[in-house]
Design a protein around this ligand. Sequence first.
Ligand code: ZN
Length: 82
Amino acid sequence: MDAGVLRKFEMAPAPKFCRKRQRLVEQFLIAVKEHNELQNAQVEGLIAGKGFSLKWEIADARERRDRAKHTILAHQQSHGCK
Ligand SMILES: [Zn+2]
């Protein structure tokens, strides 16, 4: 490897695996799944003539999902990981 290539390699940002970010992403994915499941249940309920019986649960799940997303973004910004 010549010096130029080596220098480029050294200047490349180190791939930064962050365990904390990974954990936050897992929490976000769980929150997304819960929100989706509630929405699906709501659709089933509407079809069955039960109205919007899950609207508050869905609103709470959406809030948890959005909070989880913002937690990831805030962590990335402060920690510099991606
Ligand atoms: Zn991080």
